[in-house]
Write a new protein. Sequence first.
Length: 181
Amino acid sequence: MLLKKIRGLRKKLRGEVPTEELVRRGLTVGKNFSRQQNCIIDESHCWLITIGDNVGFAPNVHILAHDASTKRFLGYTKIGRVIFGNNIHVGAGTIVLPNVKIGNNVIIGAGSVVTKDIPDNSVVVGHPAKVIASLEDFENKNKKLMENRPIYNKSWVIGSISEEQKEKMKKDLENGLGYII
């Protein structure tokens, strides 16, 4: 219990409002939502944000339902809905701007800036984010790569990995990517 309170305090100090608090304010969240550290979900307009089932935010993701760039010059701030479908991975450092709908079965690459709608079954990257592949093509490419690259099970993650495993993993990955469960 104390550890949970300490984590909550750390998040508040970093500017993160807990998901539970955002839901109380109107954020809609489906099943199996996860967000890693330093994710900012627009607390000032969170009721305009809907997150579907099986959605994960990597570290440092920012979801904005408002854009104050017009405030100084027009006296008004732009606002818009942000809607996430189901089965979505949002890569580290991604920014999603207002008035965007992200379809189902989508991967958004790290560091992307999402300014427009993303269709179902897409992989997108960039500034602004653009479709680079269908999800099916992405899966097939990685399945083929997995045939010749190292694959690691759960014993190779923080909390269970040994020093010997760490060194082996470093050596295995000198010439390219591997995969871990």
